[in-house]
Design a binder for this molecule. Sequence first.
Ligand SMILES: NC(=O)c1ccc[n+]([C@@H]2O[C@H](COP(=O)([O-])OP(=O)(O)OC[C@H]3O[C@@H](n4cnc5c(N)ncnc54)[C@H](O)[C@@H]3O)[C@@H](O)[C@H]2O)c1
Length: 335
Amino acid sequence: MLKAAVIGVGSMGRNHVRVYREMEVVNLVGVADQHAPTAAKIGATYSVPYYTDYRQMLDECQPDLVTLAVPTILHHEVGLELIERGIHLLIEKPIASTYEQGKALVEKARKHNVILAVGHIERFNPAVMELRRRVREGMAGRIYQVHAQRLSPYPSRIRDAGVVIDLASHDIDLMRYLIDEPIIRLYGETLKSINSDREDMFNGIIRFRSGVVGVLDVNWITPTKIRKLTLTGARGLFTCDLLSQELFFYENETAPSQWDTLSILRGVNEGNILGIRIQRHEPLAAELADFVNAVRDGRSPTITGEDGLETLRIALDFMRSGAEVAILDEEAQPA
Ligand SMILES: NC(=O)c1ccc[n+]([C@@H]2O[C@H](COP(=O)([O-])OP(=O)(O)OC[C@H]3O[C@@H](n4cnc5c(N)ncnc54)[C@H](O)[C@@H]3O)[C@@H](O)[C@H]2O)c1
């Protein structure tokens, strides 16, 4: 049995504790959180030894693998230490706060032969998995556009990252996963609307090599939680609700009636609507099973450190792009 531990058992880390506890192939040997009441509460809830000092936990529990779910700003420091100790790790997304820090983690993991996974959990959403399978089979035909909406209320506990790195990184990773092509161009606009210290609203556009356009609409200024993905192709439109794990396909009408020939020539027509049956599961359980199996079999996890680093690079490029693109000369613009 592999020995697992979790460092940082706040809002996200405690879910990792619960899932490891339910897994038959791992033994959850310890949890650590510097906030003593949190460590004690999670330790007691899941009957697992708890610590406020993660180093002491590592020394005493000797885990083979660890989930690192401390605030993003600490991923680099704690992650490097885990790698130096030869412990396989799943770092919650995003991999780090800066590109250099993420790169150092990836390089060190490679050097020490440590498996490094990054928690871009949406790849394990069963609706996304089904969408990807069907897109690859050609159900949508040639893909034109993928559009992601991730709107949320403000998470007051997150103080070390803005909405692009913290939240849009989910959709950047999803688009990379679905389209699976190099990105040749991108542009983003951010706004500090309610918060003055970091951006809480983001709109971005990506162009992939074959011409697919990705549109991102992500914010922390919405009084309800929306997580939606649509994908438009030559044969129709997929809509995916990431929260309810629902997937629909709106087919383009392919056989126009004799009266309709002209409208078909001008554009698409409404066809059948298909509700696709999804075998629902908890994405986190699938993510951790993938990580544990990767450690057990000595293979790459589905989301590698390199994936996490590339997603972070794109998020940082988005943030720079709006600031660096020159404003057109007003006089040169058409009236
Ligand atoms: N995959 C997802 O969908 C998802 C969702 C939420 C958060 N996250 C990520 O998880 C990470 C944690 O976010 P959160 O929302 O759980 O934050 P949080 O503040 O709720 O939890 C972080 C915990 O880490 C503890 N901590 C801080 N420094 C520590 C240290 N040196 N040693 C031990 N414990 C320490 C804190 O006491 C706190 O309990 C972030 O990187 C975030 O981006 C991912």
